[in-house]
Design a protein around this ligand. Sequence first.
Ligand code: MN
Length: 153
Amino acid sequence: MDTEQQPNFRPTTADFRWEAVAHQPYKQDGSAPFKDISRQVLFHEDNLACELRYFEMDAGGYSTLERHEHAHAVMILRGHGDCLVGDEVRSVKQFDLVTIPSWTWHQFRATDAEPLGFLCMVNVVRDRPQLPDEAELARLKSTPAIARFLGAG
Ligand code: MN
């Protein structure tokens, strides 16, 4: 770990873009289902043991439906949409806060009208996400609100 941490000032360069921050397609390995989403790692701080990322979905886009041991702390930064957390579907809008606990199914979806962007804080060291199998997907879809939410994609 680098204990000689230097100040690092990186101005914003455009709406939801920052100097020296790579704009990456989400999960380039293509192993998980997602649509029209990008990732920018704003901070990767070993001294804090955390990363802060900015994810943005185009209108109609969505993140991967997944769960994992590590938790997320999310702030919606742009637009509005819906999220599934556990067995609950919620509408979210700019500046709302969402905590995603360990081993909780989660997915974010933009509306068809505008992009949805959010900040996501996460541990630097973390486990690999799990995807739902057919049985788990069927169990989730037995809740009507979740079936409607997942049917949107
Ligand atoms: Mn996740």
